[in-house]
Design a protein around this ligand. Structure first.
Ligand code: BJW
Length: 225
């Protein structure tokens, strides 16, 4: 059976109280991207970057999944083995709703990464740049997230899933960040039907065969049922 590949972005977690990046009042209106989401920004001021992610980790820990996360978990349970969820989000709300094997292409707030030896471990609630790596003991702790100019995770697996997709849906993403914004074209080339579910048209809306606009908690359960 063809796969159903679902790409999610910050918009799916907006109604769980987690901010998006590029909307009015989005995170990038308050924090310069180049300061908090690039390796160069981290090298310049690691304490500022940890502060940004410590705050977001604390906020995400209080958040609960919404009706859109729940609907996708139900879809995955119903079509066991065929529904692949690829998220750009660093929160854990798909898993909290019961989704399995979620592919976190931009990493996770709950994980830490050693800049010296690439060891990964469960992040403490509050992290500091000189926290020692549990493996090599270098004081080189960073959040295990993918910044601009870094290579997103699991790209080979994602390419395989897109190549086998019969249906591709992008939910709550603005289509501004590559390579994720190019997945719709990859899926369409593989013959998949493509659907955008978003509050408003994304930058790549013209690449989709079908569109549904509205709040994720309304349109995702409607689409799944
Ligand atoms: C609702 C809603 C509701 C609101 N209901 N909807 C061309 C090809 C390939 C790469 C590039 C390229 N051109 C440029 C690049 C490089 C760059 C890039 O894309 N730059 C662009 C700015 C042009 N990409 C990269 O650097 C990536 N790496 C890469 O390409 O590697 C290859 C390479 C490496 C080195 C050298 C050369 C090549 C890495 C990108 C990493 C992105 N990282 C971030 C931070 C992650 C950690 C963190 O969370 O802090 O990822 S940035 C941020 O943007 C985050 C998100 O995952 C990502 C996408 O944002 P998203 O999810 O779309 O959120 P928003 O806010 O933009 O949109 C929200 C949407 O929801 C809106 O549409 C709303 O309408 C909607 N919404 N409420 C439904 N209730």
């Amino acid at each position: 059976m063809d796969k159903i590949v679902i790409l999610t972005g910050a918009g799916i977690s907006a109604e769980s109280g987690l901010g998006t990046f590029r909307d009015k009042d989005g995170l990038w209106t308050r924090y310069p991207i180049e300061d908090v989401a690039t390796p160069e920004g981290f090298a310049r001021n690691p304490a500022l970057v940890h502060d940004f992610y410590n705050q977001r980790r604390a906020h995400a820990a209080q958040a609960t999944p919404n009706a859109a996360h729940d609907a996708l978990a139900r879809l995955q349970a119903e079509y066991a083995g065929t529904v692949v969820i690829v998220t750009q989000n660093v929160d854990h709300l798909h898993e909290a709703a019961g989704a399995r094997d979620v592919i976190h292409m931009h990493g996770q707030l709950a994980r830490a990464l050693c800049d010296a030896c690439d060891h990964r471990w469960d992040a403490a609630a509050v992290m500091a740049p000189d926290d020692p790596c549990p493996a090599c003991h270098a004081p080189a702790t960073r959040p295990d997230v993918v910044w601009f100019g870094e290579f997103p995770y699991h790209m080979e697996d994602i390419a395989d899933h897109l190549a086998g997709a019969g249906l591709f849906a992008a939910i709550g993403t603005s289509g501004n960040v590559y390579p994720a914004a190019g997945f719709v074209q990859e899926a369409a080339q593989a013959g998949a039907h493509t659907v955008e579910l978003n509050l408003e048209p994304s930058a790549t809306v013209s690449d989709f065969a079908e569109t549904r606009f509205g709040a994720a908690t309304q349109i995702v359960p409607d689409w799944v049922e």
